[in-house]
Write a protein that binds this ligand. Sequence first.
Ligand code: NAD
Ligand code: GLY
Length: 367
Amino acid sequence: MSLASAAAAAVVPVHTGTQHYDILIGPGLLDAPATWQGLPRAARALVVSNTAVAPLYASRLRQALRGHYAEVSTIELPDGEQHKDWPTLNRIFDRLLADGSDRQTVLFALGGGVVGDITGFAAACYMRGVPFVQVPTTLLAQVDSSVGGKTAINHPAGKNMIGAFYQPQRVVCDLDVLATLPQRELCAGLAEVIKYGPIADAEFLAWIEANLDALLARDADALAHAVRRSCEIKAWVVGQDEREGGLRAILNFGHTFGHAIEAGLGYGAWLHGEAVGCGMVMAGELSARLGLVPPAFAERLRRLVERAGLPVRGPDLGAERYLELMRVDKKAQGGEIRFVLIEAPGRAVVRAAPDARVREVLAACVA
Ligand code: NAD
Ligand code: GLY
């Protein structure tokens, strides 16, 4: 595509077995006509957003899309992780059918990871698959959830249990929209940024440590670099392992403990990024207790997560409940929990751990 009028944008290509697409990263992308060129043509587009984001950005997106689609409408979903569920998904299908949407209709996911995940799943299912575009508006969604085609809704028994791998046509990360993000949400997004350091890039980990204050203060250059490097790492991983046959599991660093926290407390009690931040501290501690990294590395990670304004002690669900919830994790095999652990800064491994070591970690890291 021509980026003539989006000259400040960085472009990170994603090449998977099922789809090649670009991640555009930069300021001012929402209103730049070039952002929306070259997408699948259709009579109709549906912007899927929520009650918090739509009032801020939906009319600008609709305006930008009007040059490309004759009919552009919006559906506003209820806001929150607790709505990433069947009834909310059905509302999207109801709307698509009521509008007379056909197989060419393009869905635009305008929002954070909740909107992105549920819209992607709706796109994967409606008429067995319609094109969709990710327009992520949280830091977490820009650095992680909008890229790589994991789409899902939650089940009360487990996070993201019902879903599909379904790649978007494009990802548009307009950095300007981060200005309205509440600080707690920015911190939650930093958890997924931090994640990429220990699992894949020791230099990036050091960069995050050195630039954390700038990130917390929303320095534009720092945020642009964090989003771009995170997307590059994610694109590299997903390009090698789209359906998580192996390597992609490293992106779940902190998520085994984190998903247990989310499901155990009830979705929405802790933000996803908060649970992941705390889960990384626990997984770092487990890595150290298994002798993979020195204790000083676990402490380094704990300090960084804490500085990012994220919780470093888990809620007291009880060790048995943690273990029960972690056995539902998608990485578990035959009831055996498998963790993403750190072997060295920038290098991760996925393996089981004795329950006794996990209990030690829980005893050490739970409030
Ligand atoms: P979210 O979607 O709930 O957004 C956080 C909050 O910020 C919401 O209240 C939202 O309405 C609001 N918001 C969004 N953009 C805003 C803006 N620009 N200004 C003001 N408010 C704004 O949460 P999230 O952290 O973006 O995403 C978490 C979800 O992502 C979880 O469901 C998680 O499972 C999923 N996830 C998916 C993947 C994946 O690969 N598909 C990866 C990581 C996380
Ligand atoms: N966020 C984990 C993944 O995309 O695989």
